[in-house]
Design a protein around this ligand. Structure first.
Ligand SMILES: [Zn+2]
Length: 368
């Protein structure tokens, strides 16, 4: 396996593990996951900054901090461009190096067109999630949205709250996205891959974006493997004798030797194959996680809020005080919760028939 291939595989696994840590880790709390979270997200960055300051000086450290802040905390297209380069580059390599070996004994010719179809879904769901209005709250729709989602008196309790930046009312389940500088209805999270907020209107496209990336990596791994198997059969590699370039020794074929030979002969395709194989299970993990959250009638943002509520309730219990009975009022059952995400209400419907009064009523009469 070449150095580039190993590096690509290591980087993709590391990115995936960092995402998993960011999702599951907590700043406080016991266990190996939380300890790793604290190490990678607090101690290591602090140590690294200290090293930069000690070796390169304060000005370089300021530049480093500014760059990190710009890439990860401000609205910018850098990560979007990075994704497009990886996706387009991988597909071009695949068309050049793999499509020329399809059909083969393991994959029929129609896979070329099916692959193109999945690639198209990747691109279009990426564009839809990136560029469409995620459900921006305006002065015209704010009151309607306030009436649509009830205030649960647990994680959303102030029907009169006003966003200081947007100067609009803050409906339950909404949040101000400081990167995009807008308040968004049923806010889920800000996604740096699409450089946009994921909210009421584009949540379903975000799920499709995740699913299409799961499929394209699974498909890439499968088709790449069929091409490699085809090359083994075509050149009868399992019966060949190889010469070790370093020692000059003659080596008989084994799976390890053949795989190393194939990777050396098909460098770029091997990198794409490893990238797909490494990222596929991680992406399926993300997709499953987001479907699980949606099925529970909650959002990434609300899960964070519930963590705080749970911490507070535990504290009350410890102190022997009365613990209030709180539950997720937005959970209407798995099917209804998924329907809410996949077929969201039209934000424009909230512009008409809005009443200038906050409501804590259920929304049952507001959908028509
Ligand atoms: Zn706002």
């Amino acid at each position: 396996m070449g150095f580039g291939t190993m590096l690509m595989l290591a980087v993709s696994i590391a990115i995936g593990l960092m995402f998993l840590l960011a999702m599951y880790g907590e700043e406080e709390g016991p266990g190996i996951v939380n300890a790793l979270f604290r190490f990678f997200f607090f101690r290591f960055p602090e140590w690294f900054r200290g090293m930069i300051k000690a070796i390169l000086g304060e000005r370089v450290l300021a530049g480093f901090d500014y760059t990190l802040n710009y890439v990860f905390n401000e609205c910018n297209p850098l990560v979007q461009i990075f994704y497009m380069v990886i996706l387009l580059g991988s597909y071009v390599i695949f068309v050049r190096d793999a499509y020329t070996n399809i059909p083969n004994d393991y994959a029929a010719g129609y896979h070329k067109f099916l692959g193109l179809g999945v690639f198209y879904v990747c691109l279009s769901s990426f564009a839809a999630t990136s560029f469409m209005d995620p459900g921006i709250i305006t002065a015209r729709n704010a009151l309607g949205l306030c009436n649509y989602y009830e205030y649960d008196e647990a994680i959303f309790s102030n029907p009169n709250a006003i966003c200081e930046t947007c100067q609009t009312r803050k409906p339950a389940r909404s949040k101000h996205d400081s990167r995009c500088n807008v308040c968004v209805a049923r806010f889920d999270h800000h996604c740096i891959w699409v450089n946009n907020t994921v909210g009421l209107r584009n949540h379903r496209y975000f799920l499709l974006f995740l699913l299409s990336n799961c499929l394209i990596t699974a498909y890439g791994a499968f088709l790449g493997a069929t091409v490699m198997l085809h090359k083994i059969d075509e050149s009868n590699l399992m019966k060949a004798t190889f010469i070790d370039m370093k020692t000059g020794e003659r080596v008989s074929a084994s799976w390890t030797v053949v795989v190393r030979y194939l990777f050396a002969q098909n460098g770029m395709l091997s990198v794409v194959l490893c990238l797909c194989t490494g990222m596929c299970p991680i992406l399926f993990g993300f997709f499953g996680w987001h479907i699980f959250i949606a099925a529970q009638g909650t959002t990434t943002n609300e899960r964070d809020k519930w963590k705080q509520v749970s911490y507070y309730l535990k504290k009350l219990k410890k102190e022997g005080k009365e613990v209030p009975d709180v539950r997720n009022v937005y959970d209407k059952g798995v099917l209804s919760n998924l329907r809410e995400v996949l077929f969201p209400p039209d934000v424009d419907q909230f512009i008409a028939n809005t009443m200038d009064k906050p409501s804590t009523k259920r929304r049952k009469d507001k959908r028509t």
